[in-house]
Design a protein around this ligand. Structure first.
Ligand code: ZN
Ligand code: ZN
Length: 335
C-alpha cells in the first residue's frame, strides 16, 4: 500500500485550464480529390461523396444542411421535405454548376463553412469569373470515362468525377483514348450533375455501375490541344488564388499580337498560319476590354499558335512571357 505521507503532489505542474479544443466543422471535412492537377474533382462530385460519407442521400444533404443557409427565409423542416430542384433549378443541376454560376458561388461558400475547408472553390471555375466566358463551356449532362472508373474500382481508389469531364469540349479521355459517355448503358438515361442520390460511378436513375473495361483506342490527336488546354487551366486554378486580374490577361494577349505581327514582318509566310488568329485577337482586344475571353475559341488557339502552354500564359509574368514568345519566333527582345 502506498503511504500517503510519502506521496508528493506537484500541484503547481497541474494545468487546471480546460484544454483548447479546435473548432469542429458541422460536416466532415472531406478532402477533395486531386486538387491542383488536371484531374481535380468537380463540386458536384464532392457534394455526392460528402453525402455518402454522412450516409445521407444527396437530397438530404442539400435540403437539410445546405439549403437552409441559402434560403434563409424558408422553414427548415419544410425544406427537408422538398426535392433538390427546389434549390437547384433545371440549369443549376447541370454540369455548369461546376463552373461559375451564382449558385456555384453560394454552394461553395456554404460547403466551405460547413466543412471548414478553404479549397472547395478549386473544384469549380469560380476563380476564372470575369476572365473566361462560360456560356456554352459546359455539357448538358454528366459524362464519364468508363475505363477510368473501372480502373479505379479495380485499384480500390476513390471513385469520383473529375471537373474536366464537365466541359463540352472534353470529348475524350486522354488516358484511355476513349470517348466520354453521356448515356447510361443500362437504362439509356441522360444524367443530371446533381440528383437525389448519385453515388460516384453509378447511374442516378437505375443505379447501374457505369465503369467498363474497353479494349482498343480511338484516334484523338485532333482533340488533344483543346483537352490539354482545359486540363492545364484546371490544374493551375489553385495557383491563381482568389483574385483574377482580367487586365493582366488583356495585356498578355496584346503582347502576343505584337509578337505575331513582328514575326510576320520578318517572315511573310507566317501570315497563312497566323492571319486568322491575329484577326480574332484584334477583335477581342477591341471588344473585350472588360469582358471575359472565350477559352476554346480564343485563349487555347492563341496559345497553340504562340507555341506556349495555357500554363505559361497565366503563370509567367509579363517579362518572362515576352522572353518566351520572342524566343519562340526567333525575334529580338524589344519591350
Ligand atoms: Zn479514362
Ligand atoms: Zn441507368
Amino acid at each position: 500500500m502506498v503511504n500517503p505521507k510519502r506521496m508528493t503532489i506537484h500541484l503547481e505542474n497541474w494545468n487546471l485550464k480546460p484544454p483548447k479544443i479546435p473548432q469542429r466543422s458541422r460536416l466532415f471535412s472531406l478532402e477533395p480529390v486531386a486538387v491542383g492537377t488536371p484531374y481535380a474533382e468537380s463540386l458536384s462530385s464532392y457534394l455526392h461523396r460528402l453525402a455518402q460519407e454522412h450516409c445521407l442521400t444527396s437530397q438530404k444533404l442539400v435540403m437539410g444542411e445546405i439549403a437552409p443557409l441559402i434560403l434563409k427565409n424558408e422553414d427548415k423542416s419544410e425544406l427537408l421535405k422538398k426535392n433538390v430542384s427546389h434549390l437547384l433549378g433545371n440549369s443549376d443541376a447541370k454540369p455548369a454548376i461546376n463552373g461559375m454560376r451564382e449558385m456555384t458561388g453560394q454552394l461553395v461558400t456554404v460547403l466551405e463553412e460547413l466543412t471548414m475547408r478553404q479549397d472547395l472553390r478549386f473544384l469549380t471555375l469560380l476563380s476564372w469569373k470575369g476572365m473566361i466566358y462560360d456560356k456554352g463551356l459546359f455539357r448538358k449532362y454528366r459524362a464519364w470515362c468508363p475505363c477510368c472508373w473501372e480502373e479505379w474500382r479495380q485499384k480500390n481508389t476513390t471513385i469520383y468525377e473529375p471537373l474536366l469531364w464537365s466541359f463540352k469540349d472534353v470529348e475524350f479521355c486522354l488516358i484511355h483514348k476513349q470517348r466520354l459517355i453521356e448515356e447510361c448503358p443500362h437504362c439509356g438515361s441522360h444524367l443530371p450533375a446533381i440528383a437525389k442520390l448519385s453515388p460516384a460511378g453509378f447511374c442516378s436513375r437505375c443505379y447501374g455501375w457505369l465503369g467498363q473495361e474497353i479494349k482498343g483506342e480511338e484516334e484523338i490527336e485532333e482533340y488533344r490541344v483543346k483537352i490539354q488546354g482545359i486540363s492545364e487551366l484546371i490544374a493551375l486554378t489553385p495557383q491563381l488564388g482568389y483574385e483574377p486580374i482580367p487586365i493582366e490577361l488583356t495585356r498578355k494577349l496584346q503582347l502576343i499580337l505584337l509578337v505575331f505581327e513582328q514575326a510576320i514582318g520578318k517572315d511573310l509566310l507566317l501570315l497563312g498560319d497566323l492571319g486568322r488568329i491575329i484577326e480574332s485577337l484584334k477583335i477581342a482586344s477591341k471588344t473585350n476590354q472588360n469582358q471575359p475571353y472565350h477559352l476554346l475559341k480564343l485563349i487555347i488557339p492563341v496559345c497553340e499558335k504562340a507555341r506556349i502552354s495555357v500554363y505559361q500564359l497565366f503563370r509567367s509574368d509579363f517579362r518572362e512571357l515576352g522572353k518566351i514568345l520572342f524566343e519562340n519566333f526567333g525575334l529580338e527582345l524589344k519591350l
